[in-house]
Design a binder for this molecule. Sequence first.
Ligand SMILES: [Zn+2]
Length: 334
Amino acid sequence: MPSSRRLLSVAVAVAASAGVIGCGQASGRSMAATTSDAASQRLTTLTSLDQRVARVAQRLSEDNVDLCPAVRQSAGWALHSASQYSNELRPLVQSRFGLEGDLPGVLSAPPDSAAAEAGLREGDLILSVNGEALNPGPARTRPAFEGLAANIAMIDRALAGGATRLGIRRNNEPLDLTVQPHRACGYEVQLNPSDELNARADGRRLFISTALAGFTRSDDELALILGHELAHHVLRHRTWSDVGGAGREANDAAAVNGAGDKETQADRVGLFLTARAGYDTRIAPAFWRRFGAANWRVRYPQLRHASAEARARALEQVQVEIDAKRARGGPLLP
Ligand SMILES: [Zn+2]
């Protein structure tokens, strides 16, 4: 899902962790070189996580569009720009991704996405939409994502109207491609830099921490987490307050009294959403047991959720339900 803020987060994470990696590599090399190598390595890791999240989010969003309260026309890509990165990293991302100013570059065009169908590839730089030039923005001395966000908003307005012609630059050559957008759930997915193993939904977006995305060992496991968060949207557990500018529980009383039920519901519906997107849901109970072993916050019962073991057992029962519905044929509806 295109999200300037998510991608900004990537840049922040790189800046914050530069120098952490590289024990044993420093001898005979300058600190600057080590820091640069560490930043480069960290960027590689984060780019790969970002691409995984974009890939899984695209499938979940398109294959469950019939169940989502909010729908949009989507290219299914992830975009980023040079301007969102720190001064230290900007030269690195410019050379690695061919980015320029606020212009959106394709960080990921997942297989089966409208972007991939149109022929877009990682590394393409988007210069114009339906013949109208995007704004590369001013020379910037600080990371900023408003310019990228404005360019993405312009592209999204065009996609909302259907087939969209993009002027791009690939390997220094201009190229015109037309994207025929797909209907998808209308939520952005953001990868947030954090050492905490968490994910959440706020009514408009889904968030997953870099630690939790990195903890998942496969796209099936990652889909399980994102499917649970998407289920909160499908179940209308979260609404977005435009007045407050923040997500909140749809019903504050229920947040206290019925929160446990909401998590159980989101686990159940989330497993259906994950299955509907073609992921292997049989890994779910084992994942929850492994997750519980690694994280005491989910190992034991809390105000908002049951223990990891109880959730694993409940998911075994949901799997029985999914298998039975599949055996009967017809649509797989929670
Ligand atoms: Zn939840």
